[in-house]
Write a protein that binds this ligand. Structure first.
Ligand code: ZN
Length: 405
């Protein structure tokens, strides 16, 4: 049983985050880079269309395999004997790159207009299904992230700018650590939700353009600027949730009095023993473990200062399974068990009832809190200074270059 949550602490007045002239970190880039976004996963076929000019399809050595004319569509399909493009076999080919030919050209996949280039491949890491990775300019990518992550038509402008800087930082960090992999980010909550097709939205562009090139740094270094929907009263320390989180002060967690308007500030959920057992057995991380009938759950590690459960002991008919509380949440359904900030866990005749606060892992920026601050008149810099204490704002690209006199 974890300690009950009490929210008596009143947050100090947020300190405004300062923009610093940091020495250029190794990750500094001069122009805005492209993010490699996994836009299609686990597919059997992908529709490829050309907009504003033809596309070329090339193999790994750069030889042209096919052309797709402007406004035409081709279907790449996975068959037992390999890939086909519009019914024509591509032999042993397992990957290809699609690029535009005209200045304004764009690659469209499954009816969604994306960037100027995309890789499509049979993915051995996903049961040999088809994956597609689009190369999207980071500023345009951020327009799609804001569209996917926040109700931008209702939220305050300063909260949208804070989200743009947070998401830019998160993306650049992912690009750094996934540089040798096939993609930088997923387009789902696994990374941050990317919803393309909003390129010309004025509100989204204002938030992204108004913060162009700005990222959060800690001691001059970029860090994974985690964020979540609703903290429920206190954000979590990064290292207590993610094994690979850097131990930086900016991710230490703060008391947050700004997210009470969230629909997930308080929630109640119930799960049966059977559902919990079934979901744990289906969770890939636990493959190979024998999990019997669920008998009891002990959430461990919460305290008054840090009220989130850190681990859970699952007692079942075959023994005891101990796992991180956040992994347990992901396994049983992160939309049901919305957080591990649990006020009460009680046994029901068929399973367990959970009373909790907040939605998400709890690390970094609290999105509903950020909007709550914006509605109270705080600026983007104050919002970021509050959720990432000690952080700095650094411009990593988009500087205006002037000739020396
Ligand atoms: Zn909050």
């Amino acid at each position: 049983m974890i300690g009950l949550f009490s929210c008596k602490e009143v947050a100090q007045k947020p300190r405004e985050i300062q923009e610093v002239q940091a020495p250029p970190p190794p990750a500094t880039v001069l122009g805005a880079p492209e993010v490699r976004v996994a836009v299609v996963r686990d597919a059997q076929e992908v529709r490829i269309a050309a907009t504003d000019g033809a596309l070329v399809v090339k193999n790994g050595t750069g030889s042209v395999l096919a052309q797709i004319a402007d406004r035409n569509e081709a279907v790449l399909r996975l068959s037992p004997s390999g890939l086909t493009l519009d019914g024509r076999s591509l032999g042993l080919l397992r990957s290809m790159r699609i690029t535009k030919t005209a200045e304004a050209g764009r690659v469209s996949l499954d009816g969604v207009e994306l960037g100027e280039k995309a890789d499509l491949f049979i993915d051995p890491a996903r049961n040999n299904t088809l994956s597609a990775v689009a190369y999207v300019g980071i500023e345009e990518y951020l327009v799609g992230v804001l569209a996917g992550e926040v109700p931008y038509d209702r939220w305050g402008a300063e909260a949208l700018k804070a989200q743009a800087i947070t998401s830019r930082t998160y993306a650049l960090y992912q690009m750094k650590i996934h540089a040798n992999e096939a993609c930088d980010v997923e387009s789902t909550v696994m990374s941050q939700v990317f919803k393309p097709g909003n390129r010309n939205n004025v509100v989204l562009n204002r938030a992204v353009n108004g913060t162009r090139g700005l990222v959060l740094t800690s001691g001059g270094r970029i860090f994974p600027a985690y964020f979540h929907s609703t903290c429920g009263g206190a954000t979590a320390r990064g290292t207590s949730v993610f094994a690979d989180s850097p131990a930086v002060g900016t991710l230490n967690g703060v008391a947050c009095p700004f997210c009470a308007q969230s629909p997930s500030y308080r929630w109640h959920a119930e799960l049966t023993r059977d559902e919990i057992g079934r979901r744990l057995r289906a969770f890939p991380d636990l493959a190979g473990q024998t999990i019997g009938t669920i008998q009891g759950l002990d959430f461990l590690g919460g305290s008054a200062a840090s009220p989130r459960a850190e681990s859970v002991r699952v007692r079942h008919s075959g023994g005891v399974l101990t796992m991180s509380a956040n992994r347990f949440r992901i396994a049983v359904g992160p939309g049901v068990l919305k957080s591990v900030l649990l006020e009460r866990v009680t046994a029901t005749p068929t399973g367990f009832a959970f009373d909790g606060r907040g939605f998400g892992h709890g690390v970094g920026l609290c999105q509903y809190g950020s909007n709550g601050m914006a509605e109270k008149g705080y600026t983007c810099e104050q919002i970021l200074g509050f959720y990432y204490p000690g952080g700095e704002l650094t411009k990593v690209y988009g500087e205006r270059i002037t000739a020396s006199r």
